[in-house]
Design a binder for this molecule. Sequence first.
Ligand code: LLP
Length: 402
Amino acid sequence: MINFKELASEYKTPLYVYDLDYMTAQYNELKEAFKGRKSILAYAVKANSNLSVVKHFGDLGSGADCVSIGEVRRAFLAGIPSYKIIFSGVGKSDDEIREAIQKDILYINVESEAELKRVNLIAKELKAKCRISIRVNPNIDPKTHPYISTGLHDNKFGVDIESAKRMYIFANNSENLDPVGIHFHIGSQLTELTPIRESAEIVADMLRSLSNIKIDLKFFDIGGGLGIKYNDETTIKPYDYAQAILGTLTALDITVICEPGRFLTANAGYFVTKVLYEKQNGDKKFVVVDGAMNDLLRPSLYNAYHRIEAITQSTKDERKVDIVGPVCESGDFLAKNYLLPELEHNDLLVVHSAGAYGFGMGSNYNTRGRSAEVAVKDGQARLIRKRESFEDLIALEKDYLI
Ligand code: LLP
């Protein structure tokens, strides 16, 4: 049990708290599910990119799925070996491609023909042979929130099967490209198995047809997306997930790569915020807290539900409130119409499932420093990122005052 009161008094609020032991258990469960095969879990760094968190997964044997050279650098700093680092994303700059090639990572996940040409050219300039994988868009509806669905042709991600085939042939004929993998990722917070299985089938068929033309790939990269329980969702069991995918790969000698983010970190994380005041506007009751959309954007951006637990002595009846932060936007809320008892100044609210896409999607809007981050491991709490100070926020401006 994490003692949020103690942590809040020591590290102040708003505060992110991560349970590293929970992350370990999630990692092991998923890794175990793929045990019938050679597999690599490449942690999706974007979900929670704190260096200590990335290092924690690295220590467990994880690789890293990165979407910017910044994330690649984080992965290296966290001690993830180059041969387990993947670089994905629709818009990589020349500099990013160059650095990824020089760092000799496992492969670059290419998302368009134009990108493939750039990678080829840059690899040629560097006199290198760059390992690549191609992100295929299987045009399958993942049945998740439209903002986090990526596997339809309407989405900007990946290329269709026909283009992918042309790209593999081009890569195979190039002296500077080495096609080693095939990738798909249809969306995030997936709670239905069918779209995953159907996508895996399409991509596995493609793998076979490439093999027929003597392009033999080594890695079948299934992306991330495994959903978690925020509320009362029925989620997919890691074992069933792995079985559904492995079932499409019969007779293929291939290493499976999975890029989980949310599954590993979301329910390991808590966002702790303090009650400032309650206020009433007409019929509407608000609880104003010191955490805001700049700390945890998901409710404002996706109308996402996060369970919120009150740490209070209050024994009053629960009533419906909007939990809002200090940011000057009506969209600044952590929850709407949420049942909570009457709260006192300095009571704590613990926002659950905040370990993925929480801190990382934060900003300094309204000149608010980002929260501190604390990790709990074997019952011990450690600060893993200092709270940002006002000086931190102006550091890159103050010498450029005009
Ligand atoms: N691999 C690729 C290529 C991805 O694009 C993503 C997530 C992942 C792996 C990890 O997906 P996960 O296992 O975490 O579902 N900000 C949104 C989620 C955006 C996900 C973007 N891509 C949210 O807060 O729900």
